[in-house]
Design a protein around this ligand. Sequence first.
Ligand code: CP
Length: 304
Amino acid sequence: MHLLTLKDWSAKQIEDVIELSIQIKKNQSQYRTSLKDKSLAMIFQKTSTRTRVSFEVAMTQLGGHAVFLDWRTTNFILADIRDETRYLSRNVDCMMARLLRNVDLKAMAEASMVPVINGCAEKYHPCQAISDLMTIKEKKGRLKGLKLIYVGIHNNVCNSLIEGCTKMGMGITTVVPLVNEPSLDKELIEKAKQTGLYKTTLDVKEAVKKSDVVYTDTWVDMESFLNPKFKEEKEKRIKLMKPYQINGALLKGSDALIMHDMPIHRGYEISEDAIESPNSIIYDQSENRLHSSKGILLKLLEKA
Ligand code: CP
């Protein structure tokens, strides 16, 4: 079993990993040796703070070990991904990869003898969505019947939230003036529409009024953020998206929880006052990446 996208996981599997992550967080000492003598390979083609730290600390706290591999300093950079993966999976018990292309992640999963976890490629970020749903469940005591709005660029995080929310019986409305083209998954959108739980609108004020959770993310993906070739597109996006910033004025009269998966670009997709608002659960959400990484590892390694 792999975790490449929540499309591959049933509602029951997602619910189980959320519950397990909550239990692990409450009873951390009970899990100190759950992954004794187990190793996780972590392969990164892109930058990361939370995904790297949460999986590495999770392995240590579960009694196992994580090996960090920067794509550029390994032979993944010059060899066939299938060969390097076949070798690697003979040495470790699980792999987590943050790759540029979902197609490479799939090739890795096909070649691997051990579970592969998607640490965020251009199409999906399932680990983030699991952590987000865990956080909402902790705060609200339930998921079913709640309404989340996602305001920003339709990207990998948005796809995984749509999949996760609809499978958990939550309403999700997207306010997305632009779709990040590489993230496009028409099949996911069509299926979500059929649930009756997914909607899209550009009326952000109206959407906020009806929401229990307001969620936003960066307007520019990490791989493009500092790329000089993306400068013009970045400026275009800032101009287009500025009216959709999550801020105090937009949230006036709303008691919705405020979420952001980080890294944050203060003053762009979200203002200082929204980040520091009493309704902001951004730092609990990011802390939960650790607890949910443990839940994901234990589930995939059948140690739950
Ligand atoms: N949200 C998230 O995946 O954080 P990193 O990019 O820092 O890993």
